[in-house]
Every structure is written in C-alpha cells, then in structure tokens.
Design a binder for this molecule. Structure first.
Ligand SMILES: Cc1cc2nc3c(=O)[nH]c(=O)nc-3n(C[C@H](O)[C@H](O)[C@H](O)COP(=O)(O)OP(=O)(O)OC[C@H]3O[C@@H](n4cnc5c(N)ncnc54)[C@H](O)[C@@H]3O)c2cc1C
Ligand SMILES: NC(=O)c1ccc[n+]([C@@H]2O[C@H](COP(=O)([O-])OP(=O)(O)OC[C@H]3O[C@@H](n4cnc5c(N)ncnc54)[C@H](O)[C@@H]3O)[C@@H](O)[C@H]2O)c1
Length: 447
C-alpha cells in the first residue's frame, strides 16, 4: 500500500486490540508501526486475564487437595509457597509476551518499545523522533482508578498484586466488581484474611441478582468478610507499617489495601487536543460505530473507548477496524449478547438479559432454575450449591438470558451463549439429549 508518509498505520498500544489491529492491517498489505510503553501483550497478557486465571487455578488447589482426602487420597499437610506460584506465573507471562512480539515481527510490523504521543492528525512522536502515518489507531487501554481520599496512595492495585514480595496477613480489597471478587477468592484460598469493602450495598452490578447473592453467600461461608455501604474516608499508615482504613463504622487495620474500583481510559497526556480528538466525561475517546474518532484519520479501539472492557471485545474491535480500513471489508462489531464471566470461587457467568432486565423490558417472562449440589461437592462433603438459570420470553418462548454459578460455569456458559445469541426457544434446548452424569445436563432438563 503506497504512502507518502512513514506508515499507513501507526498503532499506539500493543495490547489485545492494538496487536490484533496491527497484525491484520499488515496482513491486508499496510505498512504498520506499533508503539508500546510497557510490555508487548498489554493488560490481558501482562497483568490481567492470563496471570489472573493462572492464580485462580493455583488457588483452587487449596480446595482440591482438601477434597481429595474424601476421594481416598492421602494428602500430607498442605503448604503453599507464594513466590513459587508468582514466579512461575510471571515466567509464563514473559513467554507469552515473547510470542506476541514474534507475531508482530512475522507480520513485519515495526515495534517501537516506547511511549507515543499524538502531535497532529497524521503525526506521532516517539522519544525524539516524529513519525507520519495515514491513519493512527489509539489502543492505549485503561489503568486502575484509585480514589482520591487521603492516604489512598498507600494502597496497591491489581498491577502490583501479581508482584507481591509476600502475602499480607490481612488484606482489604476496595470495590465490588470483577477484580475485587476474583482477587478476594484467590487470596482467601491462599490463607489471607480478606475483607471486601464496598461503597454500595451490592456486588457485581449487572449480573443476575440471584447469582450474585449465591456468590456472596458462598464467599462468606469460605471466610471472606464483606463491609457494605462503607465509603473510605482516609487511610493512615501506622508506625507498625499497618494501614488504618477509616470508614463510617470506625477504623479497621489491615496489612495491605488493594483498590479494585474500576479502570479509567488512558488518554491523559496523549496529545489528543493536537488532532481534535474528543473525549467523553470519563476521558474515553469518543468514536462512531466504525471506531473512528472526531478526527477522520484517527481511530480508537478497546478499553480506551470504554465501550465494553473485555479482551474479546477489544480484539473484535481491532479486527473490525483493520478489515474496514485496510481490508476493503467494512465490518461493525455486534455488541448484543456478549457473554462474560467472573473467575471467583466458584466462578459465575452470564449472557443476555438478567431476570430483572427481562421483566422490565419484556413484561411476561418465565424463569427456569436448577439449584443443585454438584456430585463432586456431595462426596467431598462440601456444602456448596450451583445455580443455573435461564430466562425465557413468554411471548416468543425464546431464551433471552442465561446465568450460572458453579464449578466450570464460564466453560459451560460459553456454549449456552450460542443458544441465546441465535435466539433458540426453550423447547429446542429440551430436544437435546443430556450427557450424563454432568452438571451441564441440567440445562436441557429444566422444568
Ligand atoms: C486484573 C484484570 C483481569 C482481567 N481479566 C479479564 C478476563 O478474565 N477476561 C476479559 O475478557 N478481560 C479481562 N480484563 C480486561 C482486559 O484485560 C482488557 O479489557 C483488555 O486488555 C483491553 O485491551 P486493550 O487493547 O484495549 O488495552 P490493553 O490491553 O490495556 O493495552 C493497552 C496498551 O497500551 C500501552 N500504552 C498506553 N499508553 C501508551 C502510549 N502513550 N504509548 C505507547 N503505549 C501505550 C499500555 O502499556 C498497554 O500495553 C482484565 C483486566 C484486569 C486489569
Ligand atoms: N473476568 C473478567 O472478564 C474481568 C476480570 C477483571 C476485570 N475485567 C474488566 O476490567 C474492568 C475493571 O474491573 P474492576 O473490578 O476494577 O471494575 P468494575 O467496574 O467491575 O467494579 C468497580 C467497583 O468499584 C466500585 N467503585 C468505583 N469507584 C469507587 C470509588 N471511588 N470508591 C469506592 N468504590 C468504587 C464500584 O461500585 C464497583 O463495585 C471491568 O469492568 C471488566 O470489564 C474483566
């Protein structure tokens, strides 16, 4: 693809969205550069989904080893060594980051391992050098939000959680969303005394209420403490090194505080004003449905646009951008029925309308549930129940939502999401013969 400029495409940020957009655009024939100020792979690979999921696996051994005894295994005293898991996870992250770099190299994408700043509609500065490009793609992701109350600077975020030198004895996690619940589960299994502190009275807003309640109940049984309606007033670092967190109910002392209070788009100091790129009230780049910003030569994908902060969505947006702009194949991302999961202990997952949303939007709905103790839990003596739920529009009999909590819920829901996405009717689920004995068979046996 001929250009008078240095590149056809300059991508800022080598995370999920940026890497996909860069490599697919290059495959379409574009001359591409990508700048990355930290590590190739971005949040998901370096300090998000991947290392988080590995910690979740690591944490689950605590229960598996305990349960193994009921299955006849002689398990000696369980001991957990955090540095071993931490270092193995970090080594895996390094390996994956290398693979991402290799993919970019294979596609002849020029990798610039530095921070980039936009200097005009077709120019970017990297270090001392200015590059010109026909198109610029902002894929700079988001960073953890840390509240402004005095003393909050003593806390950590998920970024640091993967590198802890040693585990704290008493950990407070602020927030009630994805990261808070996932890390609460992980650290609790490692023997840390975890308190989840939330400013409101509910966890995981957006998920089905019954499923959230079940997670809350199981988490409390496992020993995680919850403090609701507890906004942080200030944090004081004591001479002992402990952190006193002041809340309306009085101060509580912890060894560490982790903020999981949302993520804000990375647009600060990016030079957007030099090209007339507008941001919204949260600092997210405003884009149209083809991810084009208010400057015609500049696009944005992924968390920096604050549409849906999930890796598969950033990847789709990156792919659609590349196909539209360089592949002569205009593509729009379909945001309907995006399934999602929380890798808590146990995990939960959902797709489509919650029961509450369906009642509000559709009026008459039928809800089918399976509330059961998985076979493995029964023999293990683990009193932990799974809950599967499907929401059906009475008028059309279509399944409009599916929600579940229990072992492997995200794995099972991924497939059920197909049924919801294509608008299958409940009777069509019933036509499928069960695979016995499984947990997932409950989904075709709902009465
Ligand atoms: C702890 C955690 C767990 C998560 N778990 C999941 C999960 O299980 N499933 C899921 O789907 N999603 C998960 N997410 C969300 C997911 O990681 C993000 O939605 C996804 O990474 C967004 O991709 P992106 O390309 O928009 O940005 P990112 O992956 O964040 O990439 C942006 C990149 O841009 C770089 N950058 C920023 N500014 C500049 C600049 N000026 N110059 C050069 N480089 C720059 C950054 O260093 C970064 O590498 C998780 C997030 C976190 C924090
Ligand atoms: N399994 C997954 O797919 C996964 C896992 C982790 C993160 N993520 C993505 O990353 C994003 C960020 O995760 P997150 O857990 O930080 O955000 P979140 O939006 O899920 O939760 C943020 C929580 O912080 C609270 N909060 C916000 N501001 C606050 C403040 N000033 N003081 C106190 N509490 C405050 C909110 O009420 C909410 O409970 C998620 O929205 C999600 O899209 C996804």
């Amino acid at each position: 693809m001929a250009t008078q400029r240095d590149f056809n495409l300059f991508v800022i940020g080598a995370g999920s969205g940026g890497v996909r957009a860069a490599r697919v655009s290059a495959a379409h024939g574009a001359k591409v550069a990508i700048a990355e100020e930290y590590r190739i792979g971005g949040t998901c690979v370096i300090r998000g989904c991947v290392p988080k999921k590995l910690l979740v696996y690591g944490a689950h051994f605590a229960e598996d080893l305990e349960d193994a005894r009921r299955f006849g295994w002689d398990v000696p005293e369980r001991k957990f060594d955090w540095p071993t898991l931490r270092d193995n996870v970090l080594a895996e992250v390094t390996r994956l980051s290398g693979l991402y770099t290799q993919t970019l190299d294979n596609h002849k994408v020029k990798v610039l391992p530095e921070r980039a700043v936009i200097t005009g509609p077709n120019s970017v500065r990297v270090g001392e050098r200015e590059y010109t490009s026909d198109v610029i793609l902002i894929a700079t992701g988001a960073r953890p939000h840390v509240p402004k109350q005095p003393g909050c600077e003593h806390g950590i975020t998920s970024n640091e959680a993967f590198h802890l030198e040693k585990l704290p004895k008493r950990l407070m996690i602020a927030g009630g969303g994805y990261i808070a619940n996932e890390f609460a589960g992980v650290f609790n299994e490692f023997g840390v005394k975890v308190t989840l502190v939330n400013r409101s009275d509910a966890i995981l807003r957006g998920y089905d209420a019954q499923i959230r309640d079940r997670l809350l109940q199981i988490s409390m049984t496992k020993g995680i403490q919850f403090l609701f309606n507890s906004p942080i007033e200030k944090i004081v670092k004591e001479p002992s090194g402990a952190l006193s967190v002041h809340m309306p109910g009085g101060p509580v002392e912890f060894d560490a505080v982790m903020f999981a209070t949302g993520r804000v788009p990375n647009t600060r100091g990016l030079g957007l004003e030099s090209a007339g790129v507008e941001v919204d009230e949260d600092g997210a780049v405003r884009v149209d449905d083809e991810s084009r910003s208010t400057c015609p030569s500049i696009y944005a994908v992924g968390d920096v646009t604050n549409r849906v902060q999930l890796t598969p969505v950033a990847i789709r947006e990156g792919q659609a951008f590349a196909d539209t702009v360089f592949g002569k194949k205009p593509t729009k991302v379909d945001y309907k029925c995006i399934p999602s999961a929380v890798f808590s202990h146990p995990p939960l997952a959902g797709v489509g309308l919650t029961e509450g949303e369906a009642r509000n939007q559709l009026g008459n709905v039928k809800v089918y549930t399976a509330d059961f103790r998985p076979m493995k839990n029964v023999l293990a003596g683990r009193n932990e129940r799974a809950l599967y739920k499907i929401v059906v529009d009475e008028a059309t009999e279509k399944v409009v939502g599916a929600h579940m909590i229990g072992p492997d819920a995200p794995e099972i829901l991924q497939v059920l999401a197909v049924a919801v996405k294509v608008g299958l009717r409940k009777s069509q689920l019933d036509e499928v013969v069960a695979i016995h004995p499984t947990m997932a068979e409950e989904l075709v046996l709902l009465k």
